[in-house]
Write a protein that binds this ligand. Sequence first.
Ligand code: ASP
Ligand code: MG
Length: 608
Amino acid sequence: MALIVQKYGGSSVADTDRIKAVRDRIKRTVEAGNQVVVVVSAMGKTTDGLVALAESLAATHTPTLDEIAARERETDLLLATGEQVTIALLSMALQAVGQPAIAMNGSQVRVVTEPIHTRARILYVEPEQIQAALNEGKVVVIAGFQGVAIDETTGQPSHQITTLGRGGSDTSAVAIAAAIKADICEIYTDVPGILTTDPRIVPKAQMLTEITCDEMLELASLGAKVLHPRSVEIARNFGVKMCVRSSWLDDAGTVITSTQDGNGNLAALEVNRFVEAVSIDYDQVKIALLQVPDRPGIASQLFQSLATHGINVDLIIQAVQETEGVNDIAFTIPKSQLSKAESVTRSLDMAASSVTVDADVAKISIIGVGMIGRPGVAAQMFTALADAGINIQMISTSEIKISCVIAATDGEKAIAAIQKTFDVPVQLSRVASVTPYIKDTSPIRGVALDRNRARIAVQKVPDRPGMAAKILDRLVEQNISIDMIVQSQSNCDFNEIAFTVAIADLTKAETALKEYAPVLGYGDVTCDANISKVSIVGSNMIHQPGVAARMFSALANSGINIEMIATSEIKVSCVVRDPQAEQSLKVIHQEFNLSGDREIEVPSVLKK
Ligand code: ASP
Ligand code: MG
């Protein structure tokens, strides 16, 4: 007998026929000898409809902050009704076929959240009532997406209804699974599982049988919108086994594995540390090529040659200097490979203005799934380093990790500064998220495209400690999330710092940075909304040199120019021109032989 949490999304409960299908699946699961807790979303597009109703009644004047707060409270009351309809109907449907069941909303279970409306994080879930109902042989049907706020003065749950933010019912399901120590949390949706890429662009995308939480998190914020990233974060921290399956099919779907075995704190489900660990790696040498021509094939030629010689490149960054139409490419490798890497690099005719080698560097990284959606974390890291007088030579970010290359002599100081800021343990060298090598699998799990990005470059940034921190702080003040931050050196005295932001934030970011230029003394701020970010993700790339090179070659062979590169252990991202985005995705997917032999059926709901 297993204890199973099943979560059904809006399309799986869109009408009473679909609810009957769900009812039958639940009944079969119980009849197979399992205990079942069900978490549901609102029917179909109900939540969108409620949001639209509220909008039609919105104020015409610019609301004050108090007015916004008052409205957010009522928004939660309104939106929480959607899920309440589903739980009542589904529980009735089960009862009607002789299956004892009970429906509970978030405040009846007591899914206790922070006292924040419209985007609350879950603090804890009381397991007692769920357990009691299960012991009576009932199926427990719980409303996802909602909870009840804690009363901060008494420390007890209040009566204020909260919601978790759009798409939050996945997060409810995994939090409940963690609290009741379920054997598995099954997420039923309208796609057959997690795919290697977007089937609207690559029809022969394949379904994955398995993916790790870390890989899923890297993919999640790249448009793989199947799961709410916060649900993956909980699964990872609490060792909850998860799978994603279609509610229309009997296929096994994709299993999402977590390497941790659940030592998270159940009293603070979602409010764990933003940053879980800091690590430093002294076994690093930096090689930089300054001012190589900005044309297709350059990165490919370089990294292909390094891979052929068995050189394991770790961090790669590349940034265009717009003014001059040239690129800087910098990368790090293990110390033992320096002489080989240096001679390979110098032997290539790359037309670089200079090649520099710095053997006295270290890479310091912070890692944590809690960074997703918290723009302040990167800025805090850079500020901590700046306050300690440490200059950052290279920066590279991924969704859950930020790495900086600094002088090796600054290593200890840097660790101390970061530990003080984030109160985290130190991990030696390689990061924790590294999963064991799985033989015979592709080095990468999936390819993702993010077309919703724009690139901003801040030019001629004086090369002194604190500049990156100040620039990012400026954006954090405006609540702008940045990703793919790349800093390159244009010459000894200046850096260029480039990063990507959501297109929607571009104007705000540009204005904020331009206003700030005279204060910090940097040069022009240039923007480009016509770019896309294409990324490969996979834990196995750590064990195989040349993975990044294959990606670059695939692009080069199609004449696609790479404008920015940033890497982490399990991910490589390239910025390309937007009109070439789909082609980039296709050729990379092809290069890694990820296609299957039949086309994935794209559910009509996703086709729009
Ligand atoms: N019904 C909510 C929404 O549409 C929660 C969910 O479906 O996950 O955002
Ligand atoms: Mg959903």
